[in-house]
Design a protein around this ligand. Structure first.
Ligand SMILES: [Zn+2]
Length: 222
């Protein structure tokens, strides 16, 4: 379903700009000061074909619904809806995510379950990597940032994307190790990369994977 364009203002914008949000597929219009909103909406109308092309080029949205296949730890899993059961669980043998209860709000319950799996995995790996470099993680926050997979504050709080639960382990391990390495070096100096290397080896494969597949992970549950 197409949603209304999002309108932004930018004090230094010189002309109307239009882009497609790669996560939601929404049209985002940036207006210079004093340009009326109606002009922005007309601009969107005028570029409908361009918008449709850009939306079509996005990775497909994958709703969390019965019968749909989603990656879990990098392997395809089918969502198996079993109304007679309670809660969700991972059926490793059948490569299924079994989701119990009514079909109403199934997507919300599945996302909640996936976030819980992410939290468990990422906290465990953060503690493991931190111990290897003689540091302690103050706190791990699991969120849904769209511009990066993780970050590390100067107070030792790691913030990580719950969507890493979809990625292969070498990828989620790289992101966690990267942020843990910032507990040692709060920069991207050669010393920082040496710490990353001691934790997970050469990070290039994981970085490439995120470049190629990252956008698709943001389209799951949309
Ligand atoms: Zn970094």
């Amino acid at each position: 379903m197409e949603r209304a364009p999002r309108i932004r203002r930018h004090p230094r914008a010189r002309r109307i700009k239009l882009r497609v949000d790669p996560v939601t597929g929404d049209a985002v219009v940036t207006l210079p000061p004093r340009v009326p909103e109606a002009d922005g909406l007309r601009f969107v109308q005028h570029h409908r074909d361009w918008l449709a092309e850009r939306r079509a080029a996005l990775p497909a949205a994958i709703p969390l619904q019965p019968g749909v296949t989603v990656p879990l730890y990098g392997q395809d899993h089918v969502i198996d809806h079993r109304p007679d059961l309670i809660g969700c669980h991972h059926d490793v043998q059948r490569r299924c995510i079994v989701a119990g209860g009514p079909v109403e709000n199934l997507d919300r319950r599945l996302e909640g379950w996936l976030r819980a799996q992410a939290r468990r995995l990422l906290i465990r790996r953060a503690a493991y990597f931190a111990e290897l470099v003689g540091q302690t993680v103050n706190r791990v926050r699991i969120g849904d940032p769209t511009s990066r997979w993780g970050s590390c504050s100067s107070t030792g709080t790691l913030s990580l994307s719950w969507r890493l639960v979809f990625a292969p382990r070498f990828v989620s391990d790289y992101v966690v190790a990267h942020e843990v390495a910032h507990l040692v070096e709060l920069n991207h100096s050669p010393r920082f990369w040496r710490v990353v290397d001691t934790l997970v080896g050469d990070p290039r494969q994981a970085r490439d994977w995120l470049k190629r597949n990252g956008a698709a992970l943001h389209r799951i549950g949309r």
